[in-house]
Design a protein around this ligand. Sequence first.
Ligand code: KG4
Ligand code: ZN
Length: 359
Amino acid sequence: MRILGIESSCDETAAAVVEDGERVLSSVVASQIAMHTKYGGVVPELASREHLRAIVPVVREALTASGTRLEELSAIAVTVGPGLVGALLVGLTYAKSLSFGSGIPLIAVNHIEGHIHAVILESRRDGHPVEYPALALVASGGHTHLFEVREGFRYRLLGKTRDDAAGEAFDKVGKLIGLGYPGGPVIDRLAPFGNPLAVKFTFAKMKGNTLDFSFSGLKTAVLRWVETHAMEEEIAGRRALLRESPHPTLEQWLSVTPQRTRDLIASFQHAVIHELLARAGSAAQEIGARALIVSGGVACNTGLRAAAAGSGAGYPVHFPSLGLSTDNAAMIAAAAFPRLARGEFSGLDVKAQPNLALA
Ligand code: KG4
Ligand code: ZN
C-alpha cells in the first residue's frame, strides 16, 4: 500500500511516497531557507507564495521518483497543523484537489505526530521497533514537546515549552552573535571547538508542571553576556563573512570566531542539551518508558545525539536519520499508515489548524 505524503506547514514544500508505512520510495524536499535567510527568519507571506510555486513540481517529482502513478496510491496524507495557516493551506488545498479529482481517500495528519513517526518508520524498517510506552521528545524551530506514546499511537502531552522552542533558541542566539539563520546547524558545527563548561547558565526552577521547558531566560542570558563582552566588532565580522559567502566553511567560521566566543557557543549548546535530556529523562522515568524517541530539527544536533547515546539510560534511544529529522513528507505518509489500515479517512471539509494539538 502506497501513501503519498504532502507537507507544507512551515518553510519546506515536501512530498514523499511511502510503501506499507516503512519503505520510503521517494522523499522530495524543496527548502526555502535561502530566501528566508535574508530576513533572519521565516516570513509567512513569502512562505505561502513559495509553496504555491513548488507544490505541483514537488508532488510530481515524488510520484515519478517512486515510479508510482496517481491511481496506484491507497491514500493521500497531508499535514493539517500545527503551522503557518497560509503555508498549511497550500498543501492541504492541493491534497484535497488531488483526492477529489482521483477519488483516492484523504488522511489529515498532525505535523508533530509526523515527527514521531519519522522514528517509528525507520526503527521498524531496521528491525529495532520502538517498544511502548515510549517517551517522545519533539524539538524543532516551532515546538518543544514531551509526549507519552502508547501502543496504538495514543499520545499524552507531558510537558512543553512555555516560551521559545529549543530550535528557536538556537536561531535567536545564532542571529544575535552573527551566525545568520538558521543558527542551529552553525552552532552545532562550532560547539566542539569551545569549552561547554566555560559559561555557567542557570535555568529558573519551573513552577507548576516541572516537565515544562523555558528557553527565553537562556536567550536573555546570552544577550547579557554579549552586551558585557564588547563583541560588536567580531559580530560585524561574521555578518560580513556571510554577505560575502552565504555558506562559509568551518575554517572560515573559525577564523572570525575567537576562543571566548567558541566557549560561549559550546556552553549555550551544552545548556540546551542538558535541559532537553534532563526533562526527557524525568518524564521517561515517570511513565516507565521502554524507549526514548527524539525527533524534529534539533534532533540533527551532534552534541545532543552524543549526549543521549552516552546518558546510560536503561532503554534504547531512537533518533531519525538526518533527512527525516527536519521537516519532510515521508513522516507524514508514515503517520497516515495506521489510519489507512483502520480505514480512518478525512472529509474534504477538513480545515487547516494552525494551533492543532496532539493528545
Ligand atoms: O523540524 P524543523 O525542520 O522545522 C520545524 O518544524 O521547526 O526544524 C528546524 C529547526 C531550526 O530551528 C534549526 O535551527 C534547528 O531545527 N536545527 C538544529 C540543527 N539543525 C537544525 N538545531 C541544532 N542543531 C542542529 N544541527
Ligand atoms: Zn517540524
